[in-house]
Design a protein around this ligand. Structure first.
Ligand code: DP6
Length: 333
C-alpha cells in the first residue's frame, strides 16, 4: 500500500487593509478587498497523510486532538481535494504553530494555507498557486493570502454566485517593497473569545456602521495599494492604521470587542512614538494583540518601548517575506 504524505510550512499574514464581512451566500467570499503582508519569523507546519486505514479524518493541533467545527472545516477543504484527485482515503493532519493559536495572530491564515498546500501536494495534484489560494480562501479567506510571500491582495468576491467561481489572492509587491519590520506585541496568551468568523457575521447582522465600513474599506484598500506601489511608507502606515480602526469601530458598534487594556495602552504608545517623529503605525486583528509597523532603522528604538508597555507579554519581531514551502513523500508500507 502507498501512503501519500506532504508537509507544508506557511506563514501568517497581517492585513494592512482589512477583510471584515462576507458576501451573503455560499463560498466564503469576502465582501471587501484586502491587502496584506506575509511575515517571516512565525509559521504553521502541517503534515497531512491520506491513510486508507483511517475510518474518519483526524486532526491534531499542537498535540491536542481537535473535533467539532474546526475538524469539519478541515474535512470540507480536504473533501474538495479528494474529489479532484479521486481519492477516498481519510486523512491524518498534524499541525503546530510556533506562536499562540486562535488568538488573533492569524493562525487560521497560516494554518489553512499550510493545510491546502499539504493536501494538494499529498494528493499529487498539479494545481497552480492561484488554485491553491482559492482552496485555502474557502477554508478561511485570509488564508488565501498566505499562499504567497510579500505583499498580497485579495479582491472582494462576486455577488450572488452559487459559490463555484474561483477567487484567488495575488502577490502585488515583493517583501522588500517597504523598509519595515512588523513587531507583533502579544498581550494575552489564551484563545480569543469571539472568532473572526463569528465577529464579522455579527457585525454584518447587527452593526449600524457595517454599510459605511463596506464603502470605506474599498476606498482605503485602493489607496493603500497605490501608496504601496509608490513605496510611500507614511501613507501605507496611516491607511493601515485607519483600516484597523474603522474595522474595529464597525464591530464595536454591535458589541464585538477585541481590545484589552494592553491593546489600548499600545495604541497610546504608538501615537506617542509617532508624535516624537518616529515612523510607527499599529494594526489589530480579531484579538487583543497589536502588530506595529516600524521603519527598519528605528527598530532598536521602538521595540524596547513596546516591550515596556503594561500588559505586553511577548514581542516577536518579524520581517516581510514568508513564501510557503511544501514537500511530498510517497511511501510504500
Ligand atoms: C481581522 O480569514 O479568519 O484578521 O474567512 O471567516 O475564516 P474567515 O475569517 P478570517 O478573518 C480575518 C479577519 C482579520 C482581517 C484580515 O485578515 O483581513
Amino acid at each position: 500500500m502507498t501512503t501519500l504524505t506532504a508537509t507544508a510550512v506557511a506563514h501568517p499574514n497581517i492585513a494592512l487593509a482589512k477583510y471584515w464581512g462576507k458576501r451573503v451566500g455560499p463560498g466564503n467570499y469576502p465582501a471587501v478587498p484586502s491587502l496584506s503582508v506575509t511575515l517571516d519569523g512565525m509559521a504553521s507546519r502541517t503534515t497531512l497523510r491520506f491513510d486508507e486505514r483511517l475510518r474518519e479524518d483526524r486532526f491534531v493541533l499542537g498535540n491536542e486532538l481537535v473535533q467539532g467545527r474546526p475538524l469539519d472545516r478541515i474535512t470540507s477543504l480536504v473533501d474538495e481535494v479528494r474529489a479532484a484527485a479521486e481519492i477516498t482515503a481519510r486523512v491524518s493532519v498534524v499541525s503546530a504553530n510556533d506562536f499562540p493559536t486562535a488568538s488573533g495572530l492569524a493562525s487560521s491564515a497560516s494554518g489553512f494555507a499550510a493545510l491546502a498546500l499539504a493536501a494538494v501536494s499529498a494528493a499529487g495534484l498539479a494545481w497552480s498557486s492561484e488554485q491553491i489560494s482559492n482552496l485555502a480562501r474557502r477554508g478561511s479567506a485570509s488564508a488565501g493570502r498566505s499562499i504567497f510571500g510579500g505583499y498580497v491582495r485579495l479582491p472582494a468576491g462576486p455577488i450572488g454566485t452559487d459559490g463555484s467561481i474561483p477567487l484567488a489572492a495575488q502577490p502585488v509587491a515583493p517583501a522588500d517593497a517597504l523598509p519595515i519590520k512588523v513587531v507583533v506585541c502579544v498581550t494575552h496568551a489564551g484563545p480569543k473569545s469571539v472568532s473572526s468568523t463569528d465577529g464579522m457575521l455579527r457585525t454584518m447582522e447587527k452593526s449600524p456602521y457595517y454599510e459605511r465600513w463596506l464603502s470605506y474599506a474599498c476606498e482605503n484598500e485602493a489607496e493603500l495599494y497605490q501608496a504601496l506601489l509608490q513605496g510611500n511608507l507614511r501613507s501605507v502606515g496611516a491607511l493601515a492604521e485607519a483600516s484597523a480602526l474603522a474595522m474595529h469601530a464597525s464591530a464595536l458598534a454591535c458589541g464585538v470587542s477585541y481590545f484589552n487594556g494592553a491593546t489600548l495602552e499600545l495604541w497610546k504608545e504608538v501615537r506617542l512614538l509617532r508624535e516624537a517623529g518616529l515612523a510607527v503605525w499599529g494594526t489589530v486583528d480579531a484579538g487583543p494583540h497589536m502588530k506595529v509597523l516600524v521603519r527598519t532603522d528605528q527598530e532598536t528604538i521602538v521595540v524596547p518601548r513596546l516591550r515596556a508597555v503594561a500588559g505586553v507579554v511577548r514581542v516577536i519581531v518579524t520581517t516581510p517575506g514568508g513564501q510557503p514551502t511544501v514537500k511530498r513523500v510517497e511511501e510504500s508500507t
